[in-house]
Design a protein around this ligand. Sequence first.
Ligand SMILES: CC(C)(COP(=O)(O)OP(=O)(O)OC[C@H]1O[C@@H](n2cnc3c(N)ncnc32)[C@H](O)[C@@H]1OP(=O)(O)O)[C@@H](O)C(=O)NCCC(=O)NCCS
Length: 175
Amino acid sequence: MLIRAFHDLDREVVDRLLAEAFSGPQPGGSPAASPPIEVVLNAALLGSVEFIPELALVAELDGAVVGYCITTRGWIGDRPALGLGPIGVDPGVQRGGIGSALVRETLRLATVRGEWVVALLGDPAYYGRFGFVPSTDLGIVAPEPAWGAYFQAARLDPGETPVGTFRYAAPFEAF
Ligand SMILES: CC(C)(COP(=O)(O)OP(=O)(O)OC[C@H]1O[C@@H](n2cnc3c(N)ncnc32)[C@H](O)[C@@H]1OP(=O)(O)O)[C@@H](O)C(=O)NCCC(=O)NCCS
């Protein structure tokens, strides 16, 4: 498996990949929109000022793009932070370590960049293994407090104490 930066030429295949990964029922049981909101959100993120090219990653298996993860600029109070997502893996190869490789590489690259915290909305059973904890454990308030423990954060710089309300890149506000 190869993890590399997303390129504009990957766009169509990434749209298709996210559409397939997010085509299942939504939390709460309602059917996914068509295309799923993650496809529309990702397109908006790629065109936003909060886009960070080196933190949009694809995973390739035998030359085919099978995974994607984007992390964009967000804020805690007035301080720049990062928001991870959407992330998706081709349903045919899920549970093969591709999602984990994308998350781990994102955290590595973010650390190298000198970023101090990454936040995301997702299942704690999955993201806990990468060091994510409920954001409130770190003093970070979710954009929607109802998200509870599903809004998580990983602190990259142990010397930093992030306190405040997290705000995602502007395109998230439409969803
Ligand atoms: C979530 C996702 C990116 C994980 O990628 P992946 O390549 O399948 O995951 P990995 O192979 O790295 O990890 C597999 C492990 O994660 C667990 N896992 C995968 N998705 C999970 C989820 N949504 N919630 C909890 N655990 C999950 C598996 O049970 C497995 O656990 P195990 O190692 O204890 O057996 C992928 O399943 C996916 O695209 N899902 C649909 C889209 C989605 O839900 N995206 C995330 C929104 S936050």
